[in-house]
Ligand binder design. Sequence first.
Ligand code: S3P
Length: 458
Amino acid sequence: MQKDIYSGQVQSKKCSALNGSAILPGDKSISHRSIMFGALAVGETIISGLLEGEDVLHTADAMRAMGAKIAMGDDGLWRVHGVGIGGLQEPDEVLEMGNSGTSTRLLMGLVGGHDITVTFTGDASLRKRPMKRIVTPLEMMGATFLCRSGHRLPLTVCGAQDALPIEYKLPVASAQVKSAIMLAGLNAAGRTTVIEDHPTRDHSENMLSHFGVNVDVEEIEGGAYAVSLVGHQELKGCAVDVPSDPSSAAFAAVAALITEGSDITLPNVGVNPRRDGVFVTLKEMGADIRYENERVEAGEPVATLRITAKDILKGIDVPEERVPSMIDEFPILAVAASCAQGTTRMTGLAELRVKESDRLLMMAQGLKACGVDLEMGEDSLIIHGTGKPPKGGACVETALDHRIAMSFLVLGCASEEPIAVDDASPIKTSFPNFIELMNDLGARIGDEAEQGEGLRLA
Ligand code: S3P
């Protein structure tokens, strides 16, 4: 049997320029929503470009367990036959959500608005993540919960018999919480409103509109938004083209920017302004990143990204108000900052502590082991770059976090000595062909057996 290249320790060696064009996998956030909304719709939804990563496959399994018909055809298209709002069935089994916080939190919302009882569990990373932020508004809508201490998984949701519409101001900037409330609101009698002071990704709003639901988005005072919908509207099955994931594109982009002579093209990448903060930031650091062939598809802005390594990046202060539009990209931005000239200050990062891992800690620990000069605060990371990639030569702990693993493998493309990650398997949750795609562009990522001696854990 062929060895799984993602299992166990994987290392990345300094490479020469990255060149060529690569089609990246589908956007994870949009893929989850296309399956969920298709499963709630009346009629058939046909999805192209779906991310077939483990997280999205968990969403598909969960929706199947609640009655939807979901299958991938020989043509590579996914076809979903939905149950209609109010039509979810109670699953026979506990739902296993793996590593996927987005699946779990959005589905808690969906179940919370239906009169069914569902138990969710997940891997060691997901079982650590806080769920109170979802439980609180859903209790106001009539759902009840039985959770482990700290509102953690395994957790049982008893959905509301007749869900109540609410108006709710988000205490944390979170698209997952906003989406969970909207999903519960789809089966509530009346208008559900979510107010967000710091606008987060709006894929739920865009895609619900694409499925024929009337969603009102109103800018209120001070840049805050009120997002609302009236329950019991029908979702109509439709065609969804999922663009490539900007969060995945960021790994290839930074790899190209820190590797002299690189020039890569990434077609059909989502560039929704609520998601593209990392590209805006890299441009401010002096990166040559161009959006070509810009257009809107299924309500989402997309473009071809052209990334050319030119001057050495320079350190900057990342504005705090930009954090929600690049919340998943701080690990890879920290890699870019480690190769930049001067200091990069990243603040307002408290949410990074409750992602798939404590990303502030994992990045600070790993970068230090690679020779980077940095300061970590409660919610900040300050990196002092020398204008040259760091030494490397460490094996970094990834704590079941795909983005930590990919970030360090990208840094290994440029560091003097190889960088290894202790476990590359979580990469398959969001970017199942990361190693192959990066190596096609010119990276040298592989297991230590192929590449010589393994590195010891830092
Ligand atoms: C997501 C929202 C973000 C992000 C996650 C995907 C989504 O989480 O980190 O990877 O698809 O709604 P928060 O809502 O917790 O910020």
